[in-house]
Design a protein around this ligand. Structure first.
Ligand code: ATP
Length: 250
């Protein structure tokens, strides 16, 4: 059974079929890019996976369970985590407080406010600070004092704190230099082979570097689905892209 099964999903807005009868299965460990011209339905499909949007018809399943009607926080509890393109950090919480909340969310059972529970939680927070290259000596800084790159790393650390099975990344490279983008990829890969990663991106260099599989959307449907080499050489994809945008980016 695939980790994620999307079956004949439709989501309309008025007369517009933003996602039009899309079916796709994603296995653990896959890195799947969702690309397509503006208005193709990428964000809507992404929101259908995260639970921010519900389908009009069709089914979204996680490990065999129908999650159609589950809200984002319930999906989070089942292992679906998401990063957002806009900053999701709280201006008045420190770096450590952010991470403590994120780690606590998953380990609520261990939160008997015991000394041991708190020590374990803070040890996990220390581990996350190290994994994501955030300075332990500055863990009491507010987000505004972090560099942009540090803020993005903190946001991703929060998304993965729950050790998700399915990680949804919305344009994870926006605003980052090529070197920062490579650094981010290395940190995400260090999470291990298990999580499936689905990401929306417009930068084709980044897409071809990160993805093991690419879904191309066009007018709400899936135009193509395959490995990067195949998609990069698909003349139909090129035509839609070049026709729609006049560039080699989505
Ligand atoms: N909340 C909404 N209300 C009305 N129409 C919407 C809504 N969300 C999406 N749409 C429409 O659905 C279609 C698909 O939009 P969507 O944002 O999913 O595309 P996209 O591929 O993510 O585009 P972009 O790359 O520009 O973000 C578009 O025609 C859009 O106008």
């Amino acid at each position: 059974m695939a980790l994620l099964e999307v079956e004949s999903v439709v989501r309309s807005y008025g007369g517009v079929r933003a996602v039009d009868d899309v079916s796709v299965q994603i296995d653990a460990g896959e890195w799947v890019a969702v690309i397509g011209p503006n208005g193709a339905g990428k964000s809507t499909l992404f929101n259908l996976l995260g639970g921010q949007v519900k389908p009009n018809s069709g089914t979204v399943r996680l490990a065999g369970r129908n999650i159609n009607r589950l809200e984002p926080h319930a999906r989070y509890g089942l292992g679906v985590a998401r990063s957002f393109q806009i900053s999701s950090l709280f201006p008045d919480l420190t770096v450590r407080e952010h991470l403590t909340l994120a780690c606590r969310e998953k380990h609520r059972w261990n939160l008997a406010r015991t000394w041991r529970g708190d020590r374990e939680l803070q040890a996990r927070v220390d581990e996350m600070l190290d994994l994501w290259g955030l300075d332990r000596d500055r863990d009491h800084a507010l987000p505004a004092l972090l560099s942009y790159g540090e803020q993005r790393r903190l946001e991703l650390a929060l998304a993965v704190a729950s050790k998700p099975r399915l990680l949804l990344l919305d344009e994870p490279n926006v605003g980052l230099t090529a070197a920062e983008c490579d650094d981010l990829l290395a940190r995400l890969r260090a999470l291990g082979p298990d999580p499936a990663v689905v990401f929306v991106a417009h930068d084709m260099d980044m897409v071809l570097g990160w993805a093991t599989r690419i879904l191309v959307m066009h007018q709400g449907g899936l135009l193509a689905d395959g490995p990067p080499e195949e998609i990069a050489n698909n003349p139909f994809v090129e035509e839609v892209y070049l026709g729609a945008t006049g560039t080699t980016t989505a």
